[in-house]
Design a protein around this ligand. Structure first.
Ligand SMILES: [Ca+2]
Ligand SMILES: [Ca+2]
Ligand SMILES: [Ca+2]
Ligand SMILES: [Ca+2]
Length: 421
C-alpha cells in the first residue's frame, strides 16, 4: 500500500483508486486510504457504511470484502400476514421488532484469519492487524523495524514491536529512537582536565603530571629520574614539579638548578673578629688571623714578613715570606694553571729558579717556568676537598756576577672545596 519516494526519502501511500481501473466493482466506488483503499456502496451518503474491509492490502492484491446482499424489497402478499421483521445481512431481528447488529467477532461467525483481529462494526466487521504487524498475503506478520532503520544506533526486533538502544557513551532520547552523546565530564571523572567528545571523553593532566593507565587519574612525573644533570647538586621530586637543593654554604641560583657559593664575607654572615680578615671560598669561608712574623722576621706589610740582610740571623733564610690565599674547586680538571709567580726586581746578570719547597706531599702540583722571570703553579693531579694545602713556593735569585744567591717564599694557602662547584 506504500511506495518509497526517493526525493522525500519516505514511504508514501499509493492511491489505488487512481491507478487500478477495477479497484472496486459492482455498485461500489473506491475511497483511497493510507496504505489501502475502501470500496463503498454507491448511494449511501452516510460515511458509516456497512460492511467494510478496511485493512491494508497490497496494491492489486486479493481484497476480501464482506458485502451483504442488497436489501431486497419484500413483495406484498395477500392476505396480509404479520411477518417477523426482515433484517438486512449483518443484523438480526430483536424482540421489539427492530434489527440489531450481529457482533460477528463475539459470535465467532467472522472470517478473519487467525493472525488477524476482528473488529465489530455496525452491520459488519473488519479484520486487521494489531500495531507492529502488517498484512502480507492475508497474514499478519511482524514488522522488522530494524530493517527499516527505526533506530539510530542499536535495534532489537521483537514480535509486534522493537526496541532501540545506544552504544556506550550515548543515551536514548525521549523519542526512544535517537541517541545523544553523554557529557561524561559532568560526572567529573578526571583528576584534572576533562574534554567531552562525541561518544566518549578524554582526560588530561596539569603540567608536571602524566595520565595514569586508567586514563582518568594523574600521577606526578618524577623529573629527577629523567636526567642526572637536572640539578647541579641534588634533585628533589615534588608533586607536579621538582626542586634542586644545594649543600650548606651554597644557595640555588636563579636558574633553579646551579649552586652558587654564599659569600659569607660580603653578607656579614660570619664570626670573624675585627682583627681577623674574612676569606671567602667555594662552599665556606675562614677567618684569617692577623699576620704574625716570627723573629728574626719582621712585618713589612699585612701579608709579608722580611728577614733583613744585615741581620746575621737571617743568613741562609728566605729574604721575604709573602702570605697568599686562594680557593680551588674539588675535582677541577687537570692540568690547570692556578697561580702565577714573578720576580718584581730584576738585577742585571741575575737569573731566577722557581720551585715548590714544601707542602706538595701528594705531588698534585708542579712549577713550570714560563720566562726568565716568571713561573706558573700547575695542578697536575685531581685534588679532593675539603682540605687546606699550604705550599711554600720559592724563588731563588742567582747572580754569578756579584756571587749572590738569595731566595724569597710565597706561602700559598689553598682552600679546596668539598664539592666540584
Ligand atoms: Ca517488530
Ligand atoms: Ca561524550
Ligand atoms: Ca614531580
Ligand atoms: Ca663561601
Amino acid at each position: 500500500g506504500f511506495v518509497y519516494d526517493r526525493r522525500a526519502r519516505q514511504c508514501v501511500d499509493v492511491d489505488e483508486c487512481r491507478i487500478l481501473p477495477d479497484a472496486c466493482q459492482g455498485h461500489t466506488f473506491c475511497v483511497n486510504q493510507e496504505g489501502g483503499y475502501l470500496c463503498r456502496p454507491r448511494g449511501l451518503l452516510s460515511p458509516q457504511y456497512r460492511p467494510e474491509a478496511s485493512y491494508p492490502e497490497v496494491p492489486g492484491g486479493f481484497s476480501d470484502t464482506f458485502l451483504p446482499a442488497r436489501p431486497r424489497s419484500v413483495e406484498q402478499s395477500y392476505p396480509r400476514v404479520r411477518t417477523t421483521a426482515q433484517c438486512i445481512l449483518g443484523y438480526a431481528p430483536a424482540e421489539d421488532g427492530t434489527c440489531n447488529d450481529i457482533d460477528e467477532c463475539e459470535t465467532n461467525s467472522h472470517h478473519c484469519n487467525p493472525t488477524q483481529i476482528c473488529i465489530n462494526t455496525s452491520g459488519g466487521y473488519t479484520c486487521s492487524c494489531v500495531e507492529g504487524y502488517w498484512l502480507i498475503g492475508g497474514q499478519c506478520q511482524d514488522i522488522d523495524e530494524c530493517r527499516y532503520g527505526y533506530c539510530q544506533q542499536l535495534c532489537a526486533n521483537v514480535p509486534g514491536s522493537y526496541s532501540c538502544s545506544c552504544n556506550p557513551g550515548f543515551i536514548l532520547n525521549p523519542d526512544s529512537r535517537t541517541c545523544q552523546d553523554v557529557n561524561e565530564c559532568e560526572e567529573e571523572p578526571c583528576t584534572h582536565g576533562c574534554f567531552n567528545t562525541y561518544g566518549s571523553f578524554m582526560c588530561n593532566c596539569d603540567e608536571g603530571f602524566e595520565l595514569a593507565a586508567d586514563g582518568t587519574s594523574c600521577i606526578d612525573l618524577d623529573e629527577c629520574s629523567f636526567s642526572e644533570f637536572l640539578c647541579q647538586h641534588r634533585c628533589v621530586n615534588t608533586a607536579g614539579s621538582f626542586s634542586c637543593i644545594c649543600p650548606p654554604g651554597y644557595y640555588v641560583y636563579e636558574d633553579g638548578r646551579s649552586c652558587e657559593d654564599i659569600n659569607e664575607c660580603d653578607t656579614g654572615n660570619n664570626t670573624c673578629t675585627t682583627a681577623q680578615v674574612c676569606f671567602n671560598f667555594q662552599g665556606g669561608h675562614t677567618c684569617l688571623d692577623p699576620l704574625q712574623c716570627h723573629s728574626p722576621y719582621v712585618e713589612v706589610s699585612d701579608n709579608q714578613c722580611m728577614c733583613s740582610a744585615e741581620n746575621p740571623a737571617c743568613r741562609d733564610k728566605p729574604f721575604t715570606i709573602l702570605y697568599r690565599h686562594m680557593d680551588l674547586s674539588s675535582g677541577r680538571t687537570v692540568p690547570a694553571d692556578i697561580f702565577q709567580m714573578q720576580a718584581t726586581t730584576r738585577y742585571p746578570g741575575a737569573f731566577y729558579i722557581f720551585q715548590i719547597k714544601s707542602g706538595n706531599d701528594g705531588r698534585e702540583f708542579y712549577m713550570r717556568q714560563t720566562s726568565n722571570v716568571s713561573a706558573t703553579l700547575v695542578l697536575s693531579r685531581p685534588i679532593k676537598g675539603p682540605q687546606e694545602v699550604v705550599l711554600d713556593l720559592e724563588m731563588v735569585t742567582v747572580n754569578n756576577v756579584i756571587n749572590f744567591r738569595g731566595s724569597s717564599i710565597i706561602r700559598l694557602t689553598i682552600f679546596v672545596s668539598e664539592h666540584p662547584f
